[in-house]
Design a protein around this ligand. Structure first.
Ligand code: CP3
Length: 351
């Protein structure tokens, strides 16, 4: 039994006494204790692969702030790594793959990983986090979207324009669809295994879907997320498992995302929450959408802007407070403390 089920209730658009809050990348480099544990692990990837230490960093932000959820500490790139692409992180830099998907034979040889084998360390972390939380708040499991994973797999890392991926999309759409089909099956198996291991809500991160045109977004990103939603267990041990879809830069397509069958849509800060709410009606809950850069400006700016986000959504159920993207490593810890406090203090008047 969950002692604090505010997040789950809000995602299902049920009444809550206040607006629940959690933050994308709530565990990370802005916290000195995270940096300490990461140094102890040796590297970010070793931290992800060590369930004891990954559990420790998952819980660190909850020890400091009255957050309404934990998100399992891991990365979206564990799936392509388990497919054998060879993930590493350049020191202080972004992710790189040793063997990006460039040749047709590599793409035809791709195999869906078995979560219990190649991704067991993530499932062990989910189980340990769930146990350590002892029902205090729910644990969120996650994955990248099939399209966002493909971006990194084809490009070999981050990119300003994902031109290798886009060249494939326009020149060899059959190859990209093959990758997306494999990714989709991998994501479904991985997320269902996280639910089996104790995840109580699921979030799909589509960080790069917003770089596509509308037709391409529907065909290469949303269609596969809809398949993911259809393939997920929506109930486990008698509890509903809500699903959140987040396309960064997807503000133009909120209605389409809401029609996918998901329970909630994550929004970045380029969207007005009130307008978004009017567009989706009672179909889904909304999660977001404070600009993470506000946190850099300190507690006073945070209080003003967080109040504006609450007011933009307005009265009633179905809002989960979050940032519009992850917490920056340059964020002062006091800003996060101020944010969580102000949401808790101001939000009851909206319920
Ligand atoms: O939210 C959480 O607290 C859970 C942990 C989490 C991480 N990555 C830890 C992480 C989650 C949910 C992710 C998702 C993720 N990973 C996404 C989707 C969300 C988004 O940010 O758009 C993406 C695109 C990735 C891939 C990735 N991982 C990148 C591009 C980078 C480098 C950028 C950076 O911030 O350094 C990472 C590394 C990463 N993932 C870090 C953390 C805490 C920093 C690594 C470190 O400690 O050195």
């Amino acid at each position: 039994m969950l002692k604090n089920d505010t997040l789950i209730r809000a995602l299902l658009r049920q009444p809550t006494p206040y607006t629940p809050v959690w933050l994308m990348r709530q565990a990370g480099r802005y916290l000195p204790e995270y940096n300490k544990t990461r140094a102890q692990a040796g590297s970010f990837l070793e931290l992800c692969r060590n369930p004891d230490l990954a559990t420790e960093v998952t819980l660190q932000p909850l020890a400091r702030f009255a957050l309404d959820a934990a998100i399992v500490f891991s990365d979206i790139l564990t799936i392509p790594d388990a497919m054998g692409l060879g993930l590493h992180f350049a020191d202080g830099g972004g992710p790189r793959f040793e063997r990006p998907l460039r040749e047709e034979v590599q793409i035809r040889d791709l195999v869906v990983p078995e979560p219990d084998r190649q991704l067991r360390y993530v499932l062990d972390t989910v189980r340990q986090v769930r146990k350590a939380l002892a029902g205090s708040v729910p644990v969120i499991g996650f994955s990248g979207s099939p399209f966002t994973l493909a971006c990194y797999m084809v490009e070999g890392g981050g990119s300003a324009d994902f031109r290798t991926l886009k060249t494939m999309l326009y020149r060899r759409p059959d190859l990209l669809h093959h990758i997306l089909d494999i990714n989709c099956r991998a994501v479904i198996a991985y997320l269902n295994a996280q639910v089996e291991s104790g995840a109580q809500a699921i979030m799909v991160f589509d960080t790069w879907g917003g770089t596509l045109g509308p037709g391409e977004y529907r065909e290469y990103s949303l269609a596969y997320m809809r398949r993911v939603v259809e393939g997920l267990a929506r109930e486990h041990a008698g509890e509903r498992i809500p699903i959140i879809l987040f396309t960064k830069g997807g503000g133009a397509w909120i209605e389409d995302i809401a029609a996918s069958g998901c329970d909630a849509v994550g929004l970045d800060w380029t969207v007005d929450l009130g307008a978004a709410r009017a567009r989706v009606g009672k179909r889904v809950a909304l999660q977001g959408n404070l600009d993470p850069a506000v946190l850099l400006a300190g507690p006073e700016a945070v209080r003003d802007r967080a109040a504006a986000v609450l007011a933009a959504y307005g009265r009633g159920n179905g809002h989960v407070f979050n940032l519009g993207h992850g917490v920056s490593q340059h964020t002062p810890v006091e800003s996060v403390a101020a944010l969580v406090e102000i949401v808790r203090r101001l939000s009851p008047q909206f319920h």
